[in-house]
Design a protein. Structure first.
Length: 528
């Protein structure tokens, strides 16, 4: 019994060991400062800080900004900040706990997958394929989203497989459905298919109850946002979802987006094909039960909607819940097949079946490659954000606290400084966000807004001006360049004076700050 218990703890031990190793490597890259591999983590932290300190749900000093695509995650951080003070490590700890919970749930769901050693190996594969340690170290909501997605998928499949037992979803499932969309709005993809399946079974009452639960907290947040003059959905969702279908080219791009997302992400392509192969093999051998069939159907539906309507990539985050739930489902199906092979190794297992199983295992290679890339990229990504966004934040906090700043990366500068923002991407500004949604965004409008509100500085990627003309009155004063960039949109960020009177001040501030920059950051100050 003791041996089995120690074996059961192996996945959790490996999770913590890998997370701590990566965390230590990242600390070495930042001079001991806790960091994150994406600036978006600081957006949640900035809103949580203002919420805890002054009661305003806002990225900056505004009364309200709907910029978080995970209201639940930001609220949890706000509560922690309120109770224990604002700490850089809070998001990291919360995310690590969510990742550990996801791992323990995976271990429980795979508990019937054969011998104990087989179960542990399957759980470790889920851990590495996701990969959970890296996902948790982002300090964002993705580990929690993966946990809730898998919980809803398994619970809903059990409900759908037993329609005669009850016409009502249990309270646990209803609670999960309420939390899922406010963790990430992609949770609606799974809830859509669960509701549709209940309607197909003519269980109207259950479908309505589940839909009401799923919409409850999301609607509450939406109404609060509307009451503060913002849209029902956060700008971070609306701006990234803008698709121009008014032209033939835009419509074609929208209709083929799912195919391009799939082809651009070999790990997702391998995952969905592997799941379908394992399902076909298990179904052909008569090994699968009704809940497992429903799980595969719901997963394929959720997978398809995400590819068509959402994004993939950006440091392995956006599709992370698909990789976790898909890997977990695939391991369950492989566990069923391995269990059957152990008991009846030659019964009805044809060469065609053997080939299908071998191909399924080969399709795990892209998942393994993706996981390996994530592990190797994490420490360097943290260094990139530390050298660019965190240094920007330190510069702004020292010289421009309380002033209005034009920026395209808003997380760290808002978390570490108290400023007013003009966010050119529209995540934290109603006006710029509306321009993006209407297709009327341009730098002339941004300049008018910045001049009218007395902006003191603009910090932007110079590449923006390859796409849009720089306002005539803006003067580039200096640049910072980082090395070995893998996660920032550009390795170079530039500082702009919006009026001639600001040029000398910004130039002197850059020179004064230069000794505080990490040695790996190259600064260029443009002479008069």
């Amino acid at each position: 019994m003791k041996k089995n218990t120690l074996l059961d703890l192996l996945p959790l031990f490996l999770y913590l060991l890998l997370a701590l190793t990566l965390f230590w490597q990242a600390l070495n890259n930042t001079g001991g400062q806790i960091g994150y591999p994406v600036d978006d983590a600081f957006i949640h932290m900035a809103i949580a800080r203002h919420f805890a300190e002054d009661g305003h749900w806002s990225v900056d000093l505004s009364p309200f900004t709907s910029a978080s695509s995970s209201p639940l995650w930001t609220l949890l951080l706000g509560v922690i900040f309120r109770l224990g003070g604002v700490r850089d490590w809070a998001a990291l700890l919360l995310s690590l706990l969510a990742g550990a919970a996801a791992l323990l749930m995976a271990q429980r769901l795979l508990a019937n997958s054969g011998r104990r050693l087989v179960q542990v190996v399957l759980v470790i594969l889920v851990l590495l394929f996701t990969p959970l340690p890296v996902l948790a170290l982002t300090g964002m909501e993705h580990a929690l989203h993966a946990l809730l997605s898998a919980a809803v998928l398994w619970s809903a499949s059990e409900l759908l497989a037993a329609p005669e037992r009850s016409n009502r979803p249990g309270w646990g499932l209803l609670a999960l459905c309420a939390l899922l969309p406010v963790t990430r709005y992609e949770g609606l993809f799974l809830l859509f298919w669960v509701g549709l399946a209940l309607l197909w079974q003519k269980r109207l009452r259950a479908a309505v109850t589940l839909a009401a639960a799923g919409a409850s907290l999301m609607t509450l947040y939406g109404l609060i946002s509307l009451a503060n003059g913002w849209a029902f959905f956060p700008n971070s969702v609306l701006v990234k979802s803008v698709v121009d279908v008014s032209s033939a080219a835009g419509l074609a791009q929208f209709l083929t987006q799912g195919i391009y997302n799939l082809l651009d992400t070999p790990a997702l392509f391998g995952l969905i094909v592997a799941v379908l192969l394992a399902f076909g093999l298990g179904e052909g051998l008569g090994l699968l039960n009704s809940p497992q069939r429903w799980r595969v159907g719901l997963f394929v539906g959720m997978f398809s909607l995400h590819l068509q309507l959402a994004r993939v990539g950006w440091f392995f985050r956006y599709e992370a819940y698909l990789v976790f739930t898909g890997s977990l489902l695939l391991m369950e199906l492989l566990g069923v097949l391995l269990k059957w092979l152990q008991s009846r190794p030659q019964e009805r297992f044809t060469p065609l079946n053997a080939a299908a199983l071998m191909l399924t295992l080969l399709l795990l290679l892209p998942l393994a490659y993706r996981g390996g890339n994530a592990f190797s990229a994490y420490p360097l990504a943290v260094r990139n954000i530390h050298e660019q966004q965190v240094q920007m934040a330190r510069f702004v906090s020292r010289f421009y606290n309380g002033q209005r700043i034009v920026a395209n990366d808003i997380g760290a500068i808002s978390y570490y400084a108290d400023i007013h923002l003009i966010d050119i991407l529209g995540l934290a500004n109603r006006q710029t966000g509306r321009w993006w949604q209407e297709g009327s965004w341009n730098f002339a409008n941004v300049d008018d807004l910045a001049q009218s509100e007395g902006a003191a500085l603009a910090i932007l990627y110079p590449e923006w001006f390859d796409l849009y003309s720089k306002p005539a009155g803006w003067v580039e004063v200096g640049r910072w360049r980082i090395a070995d960039n893998i996660v920032c949109t550009s390795d170079t960020v530039a500082f702009y004076a919006l009026r001639p009177a600001q040029v000398n001040e910004i130039r002197q501030n850059l020179r004064d700050f230069s000794p505080e920059l990490p040695e790996t950051v190259q600064q260029q100050v443009i002479a008069p």
